[in-house]
Design a protein around this ligand. Sequence first.
Ligand SMILES: *Cc1c(COP(=O)(O)O)cnc(C)c1O
Length: 801
Amino acid sequence: MFSNKDRFKEAFLKRLESMCGKGFEESTKRDQYHTLGNMIREYISSKWIGTNELYRSENKKQVYYLSIEFLLGRLLGQNLLNLGIKDMVEEGLSELDIRLSEIEECEPDPALGNGGLGRLAACFLDSLATLNLPGHGYGIRYKHGLFDQKIVDGYQVELPEQWLRHGNVWEVRKPDEAVEISFWGTIETNYANNGLSFKHVGAEKVLAVPYDMPVVGYHVDTVNTLRLWNAEPSSFGPNQDVLSYKRDTEAITDFLYPDDTHDEGKILRLKQQYFLVSSSIQRIIASYKKENQNVRELHHSVAIHINDTHPALAVPELMRILIDVEGLTWDEAWDVTTNTLSYTNHTILSEALEKWPIYLFKPLLPRIFMIIEEINERFCAELWDRYPGEWERIEHMAIIAHDLVKMAHLAIVGSSSINGVAKIHSDILKNREMKSFYEIYPHKFNNKTNGITHRRWLLKANPELTELIKEAIGDEWVKQPEKLLDLKRHVYNPALKEQFAAVKRKRKEILAKKIADKNGIIVDIDSIFDVQVKRLHAYKRQLLNVLHIMYLYNRIKEDPKYTIQPRTFIFGAKASPTYYYAKKVIKLIHSLAEKVNNDPRVSQVIKVVFMENYRVSLAEDIFPAADVSEQISTASKEASGTGNMKFMMNGALTVGTLDGANIEIMEAIGKENIFTFGLTAGEVLKYEENGRYRSMEYYHHDLRIRQVVDQLTNGFYAEDEGEFGAIADSLLVQNDQYFVLRDFASYIDVQEKVGTAYQHTDNWLEQALINISHSGYFSSDRTIREYAENIWNIEPVGVRM
Ligand SMILES: *Cc1c(COP(=O)(O)O)cnc(C)c1O
């Protein structure tokens, strides 16, 4: 049906009628989307089955990537592209007077993630399949993904996301592979002749039903699986309140927690975590046992990865199954468990480190808690041998202390590998945050700098730039992204620069039209598109960006002769619904936009745009249009960042601190091709140690700072003078935890350099092309190869084509 255009057209029309019960003329765009989606899933299925058969017959080691989030983005366009049938389908549809892009718009973004962490998991799936690596994602099928953001009067309002409302064409429900999960109840300990045995009695059972989605590799036959678990009622007991049991059960997978890098500490969240881990590990063991005899050798065939601490209960759950179900001794089970599991740390922000109070944990997961206690006792005994008498150190490292279960410690002790996500982040883990663990397990610690899939963030998002690069250097880089380096020889070619400028301009026009449609703001295509899109968080310092614009406003108003290169400041960010400060920053951006965009003179040179509901599909329109990438987190706080890589790959220049992967971007492209500013991580950490920073001094000594900070509370940006009081307080009363005022002057200076640099068009274009040419290193293909070789020990299976 996809062998040629005419066959496709015929099959499409026939399927449309049979599926929707109407003729082509009456069909809606959504009918057409569902028809096409179903046809493609069917087309994928033979490759999918083939891949699974191959994995069974070759019986090579496989990896299971456990993640509480997968921020996939739309799949129709990506699947067409990866299958190599996009052009044919697009042409066939256009002969029916249908535009593929309009059909794509009917697909809701599967937004089963908050931001970077979930998006990384999605990029990894794409790379695993494309590299023919046997690797699968295991996650949760949230009924409601991340909330939809509406802006009302400048305030964020959250609406429930409804991606499943019209069904999901990509998923296949597998009720035969459902498993039971036990919560609550008590543990009976029995002394049998061969030792202790444990029985979980009076548990509340929940059924975990898998929904599988295909993960299609790019131009290969491999189709891996993303398995998402749905919670459903198990068998009903005789004396149960059926309705409330059904409601409580289904609540487990009802919604994604909308907190990014913040630990909520709610019992439903803990239920979600155990639900994911228990269902996944039960199935992994069951499918292992179909092909293999001896669970003592599990780690030779299976690697299980823990993406951040949310799935860290994999440690005690695997122990439970090996001991209670498979009958291994503790030592045998511990050997298998630690050799099977590996863990990625994503943050060092203390508010993000998960700690569960025992009073919540123990009643919900009684057997799991017993096992964690045993792990902790054995671990502390080892520490005691090593550090006799140093009880403070031992208390600090313990898995359970002060009535809290520390999930990061559990993951570290129970895994064979612990990795950070950028060099600086991994170094901070080794030398500071996890230093005491590094001292006893130096061999476990390593770095895997994050990456992004260039198939979504370049080939799919920016076909215009993709074509241009292919014209310049051919298409080897598509399969081997590091070959983008070939572009470096052409960077000074005037024709290429001109063509790149034309591509950038076209993409800016497309975004400008979206901005006009959605925001009613007309932006200048010749202005610098200066973009900060990411979750709203104090450490990411959207506020620094805002204060700079407030300063520019003042400067332009006060000095009629002041001229600058026109700029359009574009923001996109969701704030956690309970994050008061973050929501105030969103309001402030809107108040600022109101003032700037409506001032007859200021609006000639600067505009401020907040794009509502930032998500993957919107991101795909934004990155290709950006001239400047704002990566301005307080040094040491952003573990890696991946937005920075998407911008780079699309030829934007970075304004950034020496934080996360910004540093490695700088090392790749050279200092002269990036605009860095601000405190270094070392300087920030020193301030934090010695407590010598006084934000008030910067407020008093820099008139520019005083003016903008005063404007937060003197009625300039809000009639209600208390509106932005919390923001002003964060800077002055709370001594500016993220060093916004400390880095202000440095940021203003570097932004002035950006404005000047943009006017040297040739040079700017060269720098943009240099950024693109070095972006191949930041493909997640490189990252995944490193995981495969150094952590998981897996190899490609059955490479064909
Ligand atoms: C890449 C991406 C992120 C992560 O951006 P950072 O700048 O690294 O924080 C968040 N949300 C979406 C939709 C993304 O595509």
